[in-house]
Ligand binder design. Structure first.
Ligand SMILES: [Ca+2]
Length: 476
């Protein structure tokens, strides 16, 4: 498609980077967003179907508008404020912002590529243990957009399809008004095709409120998020067909990734690294067909929490590594909550490694402590839950129709696998050894409070309750 587009651009004499390409059954049409649209519309004189903006297409040259507040790094800059350049730009243009401190809020209502200094943002050590100050950013190298502590619009309010935001240091967007979760970056579910990458967002209340309609894919990647209250949230909006990947979060006060409010559809969180999260590294609910895969979580009170207010359906949680350094405060690796709503279902919890939690590796809460079960008709397979203070895997009352297979649960303080009221569950081919490591716990490798309600077969372990009913038993 790109080759065809390039040829067509040459054909029509259009130098265009942000091309909009449409394939029709009778041939391929190319149109440029912005000023050239009218021209090409006359040239082609055929109905054109507009598809995705493709700001990354690297051919031709679109207009570049240069911003520098003091003109030191970019003496030829035509603008001293980002908003002024945005206002003067046409869809498809590049707004190039040079190093400086910009104390402004920017609203973007057209498809633009907003480009700061990605290399300078990437050079920041996101896990630097020293506490950050607003003043320690470097305005001679970094493109800094800074907010204040009183209620204000987002630093970047991105209100159009196909906006790219890359290479900024966004900081200090911290409303002190209770209940005001205005973020540093705001995207709307009236639009899609966002690409937000290689930024640093820090010392703000909320890093990004991420919405996307799902018409085109959106991506939030390779960003450093540190010392924020929340890093990514989806308050009151839909986030559909999006990928959140290769981001780092550090010292988040509350929640790193919070796809929680609003509606989550076909969203993947992968290869993110979180350290020292105050509450949840991930708290997901009201989701469908979404995935949390191959992330690392170190020293979060909770690694992944599912549910609580609304269930998730067809959620995959796999290949995550959730750990707790010695003396760390991580309590639970993966926790399902029901609250008062229906349980999550068709969840796959696969091949996660969870070690060193103060309490439990994987827990599905339910009765009698909670009013309802939290997860049904789901699978927990090939996870490693070892060296946790309490249990490796625990399924509480009412959780039903689940399969717990081929997990390794070793050296946990109390129980390796604990069916604490779960029913209609298959526990097969698990290895549970050395559990009850805390001698005061009275723990064993495997325990089932409702043994007759579940099937245990092919499990390797040495100690069980009821005694002699689980370890080594094969049940057809
Ligand atoms: Ca400057």
């Amino acid at each position: 498609m790109r080759e065809i587009a390039r040829e067509s651009c040459r054909l029509f004499g259009l130098g265009t980077s942000a091309a909009v390409v449409a394939a029709l059954p009778t041939g391929t049409r190319v149109v440029r967003r912005g000023r050239a649209f009218e021209l090409l519309g006359r040239v082609v004189a055929v109905a054109v179907v507009v598809v995705a903006v493709a700001p990354a297409l690297a051919f031709g040259a679109s207009r570049q508008l240069v911003v520098d507040r003091d003109g030191v790094q970019c003496p030829n800059a035509g603008f001293t404020s980002i908003q002024a350049a945005v206002d003067a730009a046409d869809a498809g243009d590049v707004v190039r912002v040079c190093p400086d401190v910009y104390r402004e809020t920017v609203r973007v209502e057209k498809a633009l590529m907003l480009r700061g200094e990605p290399d300078a943002a990437e050079a920041v050590d996101c896990f630097d243990p020293r506490a950050s100050q607003l003043s320690d950013a470097d305005p001679t190298r970094q493109v800094i957009v800074e907010g204040g502590r009183s209620p204000a619009p987002p630093l970047f309010d991105l209100a159009a399809d196909g906006i790219e935001l890359k290479g900024f240091v966004l900081q200090g967007a911290y409303s002190e008004t209770a209940g005001d979760y205005t973020p540093a970056i705001n995207t709307s579910d009236r639009f899609s095709g966002y690409r937000i990458s290689h930024n640093v967002v820090r010392l703000s209340k909320v890093g990004i409120q991420f919405g996307s309609s799902g018409r085109d894919g959106s991506r939030f990647d390779h960003n450093c998020l540190r010392e924020n209250g929340w890093d990514l949230a989806t308050d009151d909006r839909k986030l559909a067909d999006a990928r959140v990947d290769h981001n780092a979060t550090f010292k988040t006060t509350f929640i790193a990734f919070e796809p929680l409010n609003g509606r989550i559809e076909r969203v993947t969180f992968d290869h993110n690294a979180s350290r020292e999260t105050g509450f949840y590294a991930y708290w997901v609910q009201n989701s469908s067909d979404s995935r949390i895969i191959a992330n690392t979580v170190e020293s979060a009170a909770f690694g992944v929490r599912v549910g609580g207010l609304a269930p998730s359906v067809a959620l995959e949680i796999s290949r995550n590594r959730i750990t707790n350094p010695p003396g760390g405060r991580a309590q639970t690796g993966i926790q399902f909550d029901s609250g008062s709503t229906a349980p999550s279902r068709e969840v796959a919890v696969l091949e996660n490694t969870i070690t060193g939690m103060v309490f439990t590796g994987i827990v599905a809460r339910g009765g009698p402590v909670d009013p309802a079960p939290s997860v049904i008709n789901s699978e927990f397979s090939r996870n490693v839950t070892s060296g946790n203070g309490l249990d490796g895997i625990a399924l509480w009352g009412g959780n039903a129709g689940n399969v717990v297979r081929a997990n390794l649960a070793e050296r946990n303080g109390r129980y390796g696998i604990y069916a604490r009221g779960a029913i209609n569950t298959l526990f097969a081919d698990n290895t549970m050894l050395g559990n009850g490591a805390n001698p005061t716990s009275g723990g064993v490798d495997a325990r089932d409070l409702l043994r007759e309600s579940n099937r245990w077969t092919g499990n390797e372990c040495l100690t069980d309750l009821p005694v002699g009913t689980i370890c080594g038993i094969r049940q057809p």
